[in-house]
Design a protein around this ligand. Structure first.
Ligand code: CA
Length: 427
């Protein structure tokens, strides 16, 4: 299928008519509103709705977040997607294509638009559900014999993160301050993180809630998911290493999580569904998958130090390497009665493939800092330095088109200035 927006038909364009991802944008100080990326344009859904071309029952798109639209549910999601395809397909409904005033007003350029956090993140949970990552990290810290914790093959391990610091691509990240104690130190010390890392992940966006006290099946969990984003779960390994027992990550993970600005819908990803790997241990029935619920999505990590002329690709992986699907993670999350809300974000866990070039964190790429790697521009790295810019990209490859996610990037700023921590508060 082709669009009358020519750029959308280029094989390497992230946003063909098969994609139609949702985001929130603004231009020239206008109020943020919802839009869809198509080719090199953003289709203004609030303008389309105001012109009477989109019937959703309520002004859900003239808002600075997708939550109200997501909460309408899958019938509305499908109806809007079908209508957008009619309006954007070559030879389709001419109301937008030939509505000269509307076409100029509702189809602005993507370049130069400001992209905002696409939905209000009501909760953020991060999982640890990629097997190669868990094996790598476990081998480094506990040895190859005990790499996987005893529960790992039976459930997707997760912890409740912070929604307040989930930010959209392009937001700078301050190196965190914190308390650390490497094995060589006698006592803990305080200062800027020295082992600052990334985690290559996908984020599942919950569109529909469940009721508190009401578990959901894996199939119902899949129905609750609206779509997916790229996610970089920035991590302070030295802070995490000292704090994580017995309650899991805390300060090492709360200072920033970046997501891509476009939510790629489950409908757009449907042709790319694939199965999770063979189960080494039979899962309990509440985690059984009724059909393939994982996706074949190519992923890349690029790094550009401050002043470097170009960006270097440092890893390539694929979402299909996950051991547990996002639907399994969501079902596990709700099984004890937890209410999941519209706008909940589930981080998949770091997505590492079997080869060293497919590792999704610097911790793994530099094997705990023991084997620094070299960028195409000659710099070496074990962990992030100030000024480093990291960009995640991802796409599902179709026949002559790709369903892309756009960039998920962030630049590391120096740690905040230290204070006189013991000074009395002035009144
Ligand atoms: Ca993570």
């Amino acid at each position: 299928m082709k669009s009358w927006i020519e750029r959308a038909n280029v094989a390497t364009c992230d946003f063909p008519i098969q994609n139609l991802p949702y985001g929130v944008f603004s231009r020239d100080g206008e109020a943020p509103r919802c839009g869809v990326a198509i080719g090199d344009r953003i289709l203004d859904l609030a303008a389309l709705q105001a012109a009477g071309l989109l019937d959703t029952g309520g002004a859900v798109f003239a808002q600075s977040a997708l939550n109200d639209f997501m909460a309408l549910g899958s019938v509305a999601w499908d109806r809007v997607r079908s209508r957008l395809v009619e309006l954007l397909a070559a030879g389709g409904d001419a109301a937008l294509r030939e509505g000269q005033g509307l076409r100029a007003g509702a189809l602005g350029p993507l370049a130069g638009s400001r992209l905002h956090l696409p939905f209000e993140v009501t909760g953020y949970t991060d999982f640890y559900a990629g097997r190669q990552h868990a094996v790598n990290v476990g081998t480094m810290f506990r040895g190859a014999e005990n790499a996987l914790p005893p529960n790992w093959l039976h459930m997707p391990i997760g912890y409740n993160g912070r929604a307040s610091t989930v930010v959209v691509s392009g937001t700078d990240i301050h190196r965190p301050l914190g308390q650390m104690k490497p094995p060589s130190a006698e006592v803990p010390f305080f200062g800027p993180c020295r082992r600052l890392d990334i985690e290559l992940e996908m984020g599942a966006v919950v569109g529909l809630p469940n009721r508190m006290g009401t578990p959901v099946t894996v199939a119902e969990a899949d129905d609750m998911i609206f779509g997916y984003v790229l996610l970089n779960d920035w991590s302070a390994r030295d802070i995490q290493g000292w704090e994580y027992q017995p309650l899991g990550p805390f300060q090492g993970k709360v200072f920033g999580t970046s997501i891509s600005p476009w939510v790629v819908t489950k409908a757009a990803l449907e042709p790319f569904r694939t199965t999770t790997p063979d189960r080494e241990k039979e899962l309990l029935p509440y985690l059984h998958e009724p059909r393939p619920l994982l996706y074949d999505i190519e992923l890349e990590v690029h790094m550009q130090p401050a002043g470097a002329a170009t960006s270097s690709r440092i890893a390539q992986s694929n979402f299909r390497y996950m051991y547990y699907s996002s639907a399994q993670q969501l079902a596990h999350h709700a099984i004890g009665g937890c209410r999941m809300n519209t706008g909940d974000l589930l981080g998949s866990g770091t997505i590492s493939g079997p080869e060293k070039s497919q590792y999704g964190s610097l911790l793994e790429l530099s094997w705990g800092g023991k084997e620094p790697f070299t960028l195409e521009t000659g710099e070496t790295r074990s962990f992030l330095e100030d000024g480093d810019r990291v960009t995640l990209t991802g796409w599902a490859q179709g026949d002559g088109y790709r369903v892309g996610f756009g960039d998920c990037s962030g630049t590391i700023l120096p740690a905040p200035a230290e204070k006189n921590w013991t000074a009395e508060t002035a009144d």
